[in-house]
Design a protein around this ligand. Sequence first.
Ligand code: NAD
Length: 463
Amino acid sequence: MAERSHDLVVIGGGPGGYVAAIRAAQLGLSVGLVEKQKTLGGTCLNIGCIPSKALLESSQRYAAARDELAAHGIKTGRVRLDLAVMQRRKDEVVGRITQGVAALMWKWKVKIYTGEGRLAGAGRVALRRENEEEEIAATNIILATGSVPAALHGVDLDGDRVCTSTEALAWRTVPSHLVVIGAGAIGLELGSVWRRLGAEVTVLEYLDRILPEMDAEVAAEARKILAAQGLAFRLGQRVTAARAAGGQCVVEAEGEKPLECSHVLVAVGRKPFTAGLGLETAGIELDEHGRIPINERFQTSPAGVFAIGDVVRGPMLAHKASEEGVACVEMIATGHGRVNYDAIPSIVYTWPEVAGVGRTEEQLRAAGVSFRKGSFPFLANGRAHALGSVEGRVKVLAHAETDRVLGVHIVGPHAGELIAEAATAIEFGASSEDIARTCHAHPTLAEALKEAALAVDRRAVHV
Ligand code: NAD
């Protein structure tokens, strides 16, 4: 006999799961949320998006104080780093936000179960904590257990100097030479943090480009800018081994001489986390990528069991998981819910930032879609000059016949904020003409998006 019962039990308290729980409570469902960690927020809040952004912000300010303030006529003494304070601030930022999420759960009367959840037969979730196990009855169950860093065959993680992003966010000393394996978002963001704080950073990437999911032209421009900041890129290198040896680390890539360094960050992707969820007993078979198969209503094979976020297909992004959580719950409660997968922005928080939404040039070409392209450099934007950040560009891709905006890609200052306007445009089915005719305040960085939209029709004003 189950002692407790809910209309919905969500397993996993990350940005997919906790947002689903809030939306379900708003819709009047009684909700239980099972989370094995002491704090809510999952990878994103605890060991991912939020702590990395805190360190990116702090390291950017340090580098700016060291390298840029003099040009503004601001004299400082020698700028020194107190990494312990920087790390403490990061922990405080994380603490405040995870507490905020806990307060939201209280506000919406979501019952939190701290422990590991597992499917335990139709309409049942088993909750294990320490040596106890209890059962919760649930009319609906959402699996939102997220992902973990993918391992790389031949790499011996030592949880300290040869490690994943979790440890690289918490180092107490600045590496003398950090080798990053993988030029995706994690590698570039954490590579930037430690580079700014003084490390020599070498990025080894298997492909002949960085940021494989982003528009190639924008990624190539980002690579040049980051290389000028001192990130040494070695492309086309497949890492086959890495280990700590004595006081040093050694990284081996196919056909290359072994590379010695002080620290190694493995950032070669993430994989869905489904261990211990009881999927086999529930009759759920994972796909070839280890993901939980779902239909367009987020339903898995057993009735009443749904899955969202990093454990299912699609980009592994916190905001994608949140959107899916909302849509899944709305489908359960009202029969209707929707995620527009064409309008999910993606951002890499280097400086300058790299951001994109919609389709890339490569994807449009591969799909045989004819499009027109407008591009505008920040070098021609007044606000970018005032900021002292004129690198990069905005690129708008619009359908050749209908002019509908199909993709927007930006490398430049605050690209991650600018991309929101582009996502709105795509969501509303806007044309490039719509963006071009929208009055943008002057002087703003957003004017570069307007100008790129004007450039689709060869009528940009400032180039
Ligand atoms: P990623 O998949 O984005 O990039 C991994 C890179 O590693 C790829 O370029 C790949 O070619 C390379 N690689 C794989 N095997 C290699 C080898 N043996 N040698 C050399 N290079 C190799 O992975 P990530 O950066 O670890 O990020 C993981 C996930 O988390 C992604 O889905 C990412 O979108 C997400 N994430 C997003 C953000 C953000 O949106 N700002 C930040 C962090 C993580």
